[in-house]
Design a protein around this ligand. Structure first.
Ligand code: KG4
Ligand code: ZN
Length: 364
């Protein structure tokens, strides 16, 4: 049974500005940041730093959970020191601590949660366990001129492809989900099949820039029927067959990459437009690693402009895993009076729909 993280203590909402240290260790990136709610939007991000473990896992072609946990242990404290120094703050200046409590790799999550809870205990600060996907989802709100709920969110990462109706911050209704591979996973597996190093998503996207559009045409899965769910594993197989039957030259690899990227981007855009129609709303928010994809950003921008609506992305570096999104989401919840119980408790699987609502600084 999935474990849930309890928001046991609900204190009186404080409207006082808070400086929150955010810690992200759910997978293969150690992320640390300080978000200060006295400044709006992007100005609130006092400092953020990410240490990527890509080089560590590359020779295995994917993330090795035990190596990930050990590396978080090695990197987290130096990264906290570095981030505080960049923000020109000391531990004594902090008002709260936020950490990713799930979903993710259990050992990796425990490193961040253990350090965060220890800091909170030693400094006598409130702390909160943040849902990693809520962190992604709220990241676009850290930019200037942030959108206000209600809006529709497209969450596309290595582990998720979801369309979510956001009625208020903390109130999330799942509109569509992937039936198999997540969008980022499809990028990574397809890249691996064509011999690109891990993690393949960004490399495949870079290669697609040199490909000729239309040379390889792949299907737009599940767009020929109603519904908002995704399925990318068939597309992956189509690419595998095309690659196997090809001359496997560099030019062909780029053409296939372009065909694959166009198929994924088109599919996501078609479903986003349907989700906006279904939700009766014209604001789309895009987050998660695949949100850094240039062609996806351009395609969704064009769709929103055509509809007279708006699409909001975080800057590309805040699309992939980072501590800023955790500091920000944690700050909103801490300001609203929420705290997690003082135990080192993580939830490798965690349904975002179970989160409590945060609306205008008030918990419902
Ligand atoms: O959000 P994220 O950093 O980690 C998870 O929570 O999963 O997302 C990582 C995923 C990987 O699958 C990576 O290949 C993909 O995002 N990704 C991209 C791009 N940048 C990262 N996929 C396509 N194009 C990109 N530019
Ligand atoms: Zn992520």
């Amino acid at each position: 049974m999935p474990v849930t993280v309890s928001y046991g203590l609900l204190l009186r909402p404080s409207s006082l500005p808070v400086k929150v240290l955010g810690i992200e260790t759910s997978c293969d990136e150690t992320g640390v940041a300080v978000y200060d709610t006295s400044f709006p939007g992007a100005a609130g991000l006092r400092a953020h730093a990410v240490y990527s473990q890509i080089a560590l896992h590359a020779e295995y072609g994917g993330v090795v959970p035990e190596l990930a946990s050990r590396d978080h242990v090695r990197k987290l404290l130096p990264l906290i020191r570095q981030t505080l120094a960049e923000a020109d703050l000391s531990l004594a200046d902090l008002d709260g601590v936020a950490y990713t409590a799930g979903p993710g790799l259990v050992g990796a999550l425990l490193v961040g949660a253990g350090v965060a809870r220890s800091l909170a205990w030693a400094l006598e600060l409130p702390a909160i366990g943040v849902h990693h996907m809520e962190g992604h989802l709220l990241a676009p709100l850290m930019e200037n001129d942030p959108p206000q709920a209600p809006f529709v969110a497209l969450l596309v990462s290595g582990g998720h492809s979801q369309l979510v109706a956001v009625d208020a911050i903390g109130s999330y209704r799942l509109l569509g989900d992937t039936l198999d591979d997540a969008a980022g996973e499809a990028f990574d597996k397809t890249a691996k099949m064509m011999g690109l190093p891990y993690p393949g998503g960004p490399q495949l996207a870079a290669l697609a820039e040199h490909g000729t559009p239309g040379k390889f045409k792949f299907s737009r899965p599940m767009t020929d029927r109603p519904g908002l769910d995704f399925s990318f594993s068939g597309l992956k197989t189509q690419v595998l067959l095309a690659w196997r039957d090809s001359d496997q030259s560099d030019a062909t690899r780029a053409d296939i990459a372009r065909g694959f990227e166009d198929a994924v981007v088109d599919t996501l855009a078609i479903k986003c437009e349907r989700a906006l129609q279904a939700a009766g709303c014209e604001v789309l928010v895009v987050a998660g690693g695949v949100g850094a994809n240039k062609r996806l950003r351009a395609r969704l921008q064009a769709m929103a402009t055509k509809r007279g609506g708006r699409v909001c992305f975080p800057r590309p570096e805040l699309c992939t895993d980072n501590g800023a999104m955790i500091a920000f989401a944690g700050a909103l919840r801490l300001e609203a009076g929420q705290r997690s119980d003082a135990a080192v408790h993580v939830a490798p699987r965690w349904d975002m729909a179970t989160l409590p609502v945060v609306e205008s600084g008030v918990v419902r």
